[in-house]
Design a protein around this ligand. Sequence first.
Ligand code: C5P
Ligand code: C5P
Ligand code: ZN
Length: 440
Amino acid sequence: MLNAISNVAKQFLEKTENKPIQVISHHDTDGITSASIITKALQRLNKEFSLRIVKQLDSEVFKEMPKDKVILFLDLASNSFQYIQDLKNQVFILDHHEIISEIPGNVTIINPHLFHEEEISGAGLSYLFAKELDNQNTDLAYLAVIGMVGDMLEKNLGKIYTNILKDSKVVIKKGLTLYPATRPIDKILEYSSDIYIPNVSGSSAGVNAFLRDIGVQRINNKYKNLIELNPEETSKLITAISLQSTNIKDSSEIIGNIYLVNFFNKIEDVRQISAMINACSRLGESGTAISLCLQNKKAKAKAEEIYTHYRQNIVSALADLPHLRKIENKNYLIILAEDKIKDTIIGTIASILSNSKNYEEGKAIIAMAHNERGDKIKVSARIVGKNGKNIREVLNSVIEEVGGEVGGHKFAAGCLVEKEKEQQFIDMLQKKLEIEMVKI
Ligand code: C5P
Ligand code: C5P
Ligand code: ZN
């Protein structure tokens, strides 16, 4: 794959010698870090370019495609060839979503699914590409690591990502994966939404008693940051959480790599940065998200403010869940949020539910919300665990009959459907989910 990236970078430089570039990227952390890497790389080359961040590629985006530019898609487009084949432009794609139709002639694409090596996120591909354009871009490797963590690909690192990590100077520590690991342990236990410990989560008195019981002491009236705990304290904490929390079944679920990056001259937890970028972008502030990635001082305070607001949005969406219409059986849960949850955060809600340990492995979680205009329905689908049917294929088979845009990965996919087709979509989806189950 590395050779192919090198060739594509050369072709890109040739094709853009006298032509401006339109960069189009995805609105999640991986897409934003991809866009940040490419923005910096193109600035360094003095290239004329403009950037657009989109929720997904639909016919609207293609209506506004400039005619005389070279197009560079990041972290999307592998499932949009039906539109791309009609463009007169030269098109470059750096993406890791599943390819669902034949690659058109005007497209030069790097997608890890074509190489059978390892999965690399959009930001990883953008980084490797930028490094081929100019070795100076090695200083952007930290963004590739943030994108990888954003797409939750950090569990199976291969050779290529191991090398990106080396370039990035990101420090890896094994430990408790609650975040931000750079904050005091009492605050993390009190506020973490990843674990639930009765009488401890949400209660500062409960947290103090919990830490006292397991022998983690305050120093000068302050608890240590999670990354400062010694191995004995870490291990006692992990045991106590596994025993007392109601959502962690096995300690392996909360042990893993902690990624620490020097960001704005401070050591920060990559998961935290990733969450902030995602929050800014999903609340419509992708410019702030990109400035944050490139460590622009003004962006930081604004991003923190947006992040707080975003968490409030998520908390209130989760609180609304019991009141929403649902269709549920053993194999799937369909949530009809209508206009009660924003289309930009419905995917996050689907992810939270599928990671919540409240559902059995292999169950399909499908969350649906209206878009802002109210003419379309955004569908976010997840499979609980890493074992089950290919949900992207299931959605695809429904969309083939109902119409709409679809794409994603085996266990996380989405689509966009006309509102008037809602009932037809749901009926067909239920049917397909049931057929799929029989096949397995
Ligand atoms: O755009 P997209 O890749 O960004 O969506 C990210 C979602 O897909 C996340 O929930 C991530 O965990 C999931 N994902 C996955 N398998 C992959 C890549 C991403 O389940 N191979
Ligand atoms: O939006 P959501 O987080 O549910 O998306 C899950 C995955 O499906 C992401 O990788 C996203 O890029 C992909 N997707 C897509 N086309 C759509 C909707 C989602 O490729 N129309
Ligand atoms: Zn991605």
